[in-house]
Design a protein. Structure first.
Length: 164
């Protein structure tokens, strides 16, 4: 991990919609071929070299930054730009869901973004024992979030999403 992206020439860079997740593709020194992949999850403050993939040249990112796709880059052969044979790199990470809480007519609406599938919502009063909430989430097409409306219990509580 470094605090800044190394100086150099770049073949491609892509960003999540909010700019927090970045991916950059570098040219290899003096080779004329595309080089390694650098990733940042903090708006470019720090960068991590992805050593598992080299010679990737062009990249695209989904709006949330959880899906990346890259293809082998162009190289220079005999003074002509050529596409190197061989590959497409895909990367998918499941973003950690974030619970949103909002009062709603004396109730509590708990919501989370739609790509966060296969989660079970749980409740606890003491952070020690957790119980599944059996209310089925409803998709809000305006916010693209799953929502569960909970009635007040008269006591404090904690909520989480758990993978089954």
């Amino acid at each position: 991990m470094s605090n800044s992206l190394p100086a150099g020439q770049w073949t491609s860079i892509a960003s999540s919609a909010d700019g927090s997740k970045l991916v950059a593709m570098a040219y290899e020194d003096n080779s004329g071929h595309a080089g390694p992949v650098y990733l940042s999850t903090d708006s470019g403050t720090t960068w991590m070299l992805n050593t598992s993939s080299n010679n990737w040249g062009f990249v695209a990112s989904s709006a949330d930054g959880s899906k990346l796709v890259a293809v082998l880059g162009a190289g220079v052969s005999g003074g002509f730009e050529t596409i190197l044979p061989g590959g497409i790199y895909t990367f998918y990470s499941t973003p950690a869901p974030q619970l949103n809480l909002a009062p709603s007519g004396g109730n509590l609406t708990v919501s989370w973004i739609v790509p966060s599938t296969n989660f079970v919502m749980q409740q606890s009063s003491d952070l020690g024992s957790w119980m599944d909430i059996t209310n089925t989430p409803v998709l809000n097409l305006t916010s693209l979030q799953d929502e569960v409306i909970l009635s007040p219990t008269g006591s404090s509580g904690f909520y989480r999403l758990k993978t089954p």
